[in-house]
Write a protein that binds this ligand. Structure first.
Ligand SMILES: [Zn+2]
Length: 280
């Protein structure tokens, strides 16, 4: 079973504009048209069995609408294999109610993105979200490290993640992008020291990308370094993710399959770990 724990879609009427805005002036190439149907086509053609959509409220006023769409997506999970996490914004007043509501509606987790949401991961508002979601036994997925679109932004840097891990001790925490996008050594240190999951999304350079990220302090991860990590840490807490539409699900699966890892290690990374975490 192959589960892609990290994908994105946008409402049909804004998908085109959203992809344009997020493409870094054409540096990044989208592999779907950004819509739910586009993701569904990619899932079917690439052999992915399950995909998790990670919406992000970039304004408090978006939360309700995004979660309503996400709920709809989840009602079709059995047929489509696509599920969505919920979201909320650090500036939402009624965080506890929103999170309780997500839990009651059967959501498996939430996604936060400190850079897109204008706060630091260890700000009190974000800590409240993490603590409350953890109390509700929800999975918490956060962007971690730098972001290719925002050079130099430290909102979800390791230094801001560690205090929350120490204080809240979330039980089901996923740090996206190998624990620290663009600054892989930092991610490795968190991963080996704390009980967190990491996803593989957009970590190893996609084949189409010829240029380096604009952030001079960042680069993609080498395939060899990726394998070294897994050999050192074991595959148990590593989850396959693609950041679709920003990399090809098909190519990303091939990348894992081509790695000098055992059949069982690849099986865990590609789906078994996520299946257990999501309770499927
Ligand atoms: Zn992403």
């Amino acid at each position: 079973m192959i589960i892609d724990i990290h994908t994105h879609t946008f409402p049909d009427n804004v998908a085109e504009k959203a992809l344009k805005g997020l493409s870094n002036d054409g540096l990044l190439h989208p592999f779907t048209d950004g819509t739910y149907d586009g993701l569904l086509r990619s899932v079917k053609s690439s052999g992915v069995d399950g995909a998790v959509v990670l919406p992000i409220a970039t304004k408090p006023s978006q939360t309700e609408n995004i979660n309503a769409i996400a709920y709809d997506v989840n009602q079709h999970f059995e047929e489509t294999g696509i599920m969505s996490f919920g979201t909320l914004h650090p500036q939402n007043e009624d965080k506890d109610r929103i999170i309780k509501d997500l839990k009651e509606k059967g959501f498996k987790g939430i996604k936060v993105h400190p850079i897109f949401q204008g706060c630091f991961f260890d700000d009190p508002e974000m800590k409240r979200i993490i603590a409350c979601a953890n109390d509700m036994d929800l999975i918490i997925m956060t962007h971690s490290g730098r972001d290719i679109s925002y050079p130099g932004m430290e909102n979800s840097a390791t230094e801001h993640i560690i205090p929350v891990l120490k204080e809240v001790k979330p039980k089901k925490m996923i740090l996206a992008h190998m624990g620290s996008w663009g600054q892989w050594g930092k991610g490795f240190s968190v991963f080996t020291e704390y009980d967190v999951y990491i996803d593989t999304a957009f970590a190893v350079k996609p084949a189409y990308l010829k240029e380096k990220p604009r952030d001079p302090e960042c680069d993609f991860m080498e395939k060899e370094a990726f394998c070294r990590w897994i050999k050192k840490t074991g595959p148990e807490r590593i989850l396959f993710g693609t950041d679709s539409p920003w990399s090809s699900q098909k190519e990303s699966i091939e990348l894992i399959k081509d790695m000098p890892l055992s059949f069982l290690e690849k099986k865990k990374i590609l789906g078994d770990n996520a299946k257990a975490l999501l309770g499927l």
